[in-house]
Ligand binder design. Structure first.
Ligand code: GLU
Length: 318
């Protein structure tokens, strides 16, 4: 990506900066229909415009990472006909970059040590928007006596961060009121997801983030962090999250069925239906190559439903 930009700058042939999209699964289990929707949406968005599409394994959290899951995810993506550009990036190997970002934040006095336990925060805090609890600021002005450092938090300003999501429209959040100072380094020594994601998206030159709307409410914090680290803000598109008949997000906890690599053409067809693209019935169960050829030609982000979650029963056939 950096190479692409410098080639463009030197040759002057590319009128538009190249598009770079990515799929960033957490290898905590096999892919399911919800992950396929995110993978297909980001793939079609980037590839239909001649962009690059990257895969990044978000295996930062050793407590959530399942041995062997990353390899299984890559094999499933291959069976579904996805072709990624460049090597797969593993967050577990990127600690030096995250540490450097933390140092930058520290040198700007943007972070502070926090000694609060989850229980203490839950007792004092008010519920936030899609973020659990809003941190009450106990350690903001220094660790209170008797507390020792557990985590590192980013100090947020009392300001509204807004952005124009390419599916969900304008989204705004007052960080102090709705999110609060948030953790960038966890008590167990694991770098927190918002730090890793903004550092990696910038390092990989990602220009277009297409992912599930379960991360919509986390995006203003990521934008705030990008600004604090002088990193560019990509374009965002948050796709409806696939939910089961009980309104629960598909995933390991809700025992979503893993994708069947032996029958990619059915799930892929249903993902195109879910994304509002209306594939013709005769493509049901077709070879992934045929489905991609159709999808890449017809892809319209504007046809994706503007809701944060959508039952996938009809598309999946429970
Ligand atoms: N790893 C995250 C997940 O699987 C996705 C992060 C992202 O797309 O920014 O939910």
């Amino acid at each position: 990506m950096i190479l692409g930009a410098s080639v463009a700058a030197h040759s002057g042939v590319l009128a538009h900066p190249p598009i770079v999209g990515r799929f960033a699964p957490s290898p905590s289990g096999p892919l399911h229909f919800g992950s396929l929707v995110a993978a297909a949406g980001s793939y079609l968005d980037a590839k239909s415009r001649g962009g690059r599409w990257l895969v990044r394994m978000e295996d930062l959290d050793p407590y959530r990472t399942l041995p062997g899951a990353a390899g299984e995810i890559l094999r499933t993506l291959e069976a579904f006909g996805f072709a990624w550009d460049g090597p797969v990036v593993y967050q577990s190997q990127r600690s030096p970059a995250y540490r450097q970002a933390l140092e930058t934040l520290r040198s700007r006095a943007a972070i502070y040590p926090c000694g609060c336990s989850r229980k203490e925060i839950a007792e004092l805090a008010v519920a936030g928007v899609g973020v659990g609890y809003v941190y009450p600021g106990t350690c903001r002005d220094g660790l209170p006596q008797g507390k020792s450092e557990r985590a590192l938090r980013l100090r947020v300003a009392d300001e509204v961060v807004g952005f124009d999501d390419n599916v969900q429209g304008r989204f705004r959040q007052n960080l102090a009121e709705q999110a609060g100072d948030f953790v960038v380094m966890r008590a167990d020594g694991v770098f927190a997801y918002p730090l890793a994601v903004v550092v990696d998206d910038a390092a990989q030159g990602v220009t277009h983030v297409v992912r599930g709307a379960d991360l919509l409410a986390a995006t203003p914090r990521q934008i705030y962090l990008q600004k604090g680290l002088d990193l560019p803000t990509p374009a965002y598109a948050h796709l409806p999250v696939a939910v089961n008949e009980h309104g629960q997000k598909l995933g390991k906890q809700t025992r979503a069925a893993p994708l069947d690599p032996a029958r990619p053409g059915e799930a892929l067809f249903k993902a195109l239906v879910f994304l509002g693209q209306g594939p013709p019935a005769e493509l049901f169960g077709a070879d992934p190559g045929q489905l991609w050829a159709w999808g890449l030609k017809r892809w319209r982000l504007a046809q994706v439903c503007r809701v944060v979650q959508m039952p996938c029963g009809q598309a999946v056939g429970w």
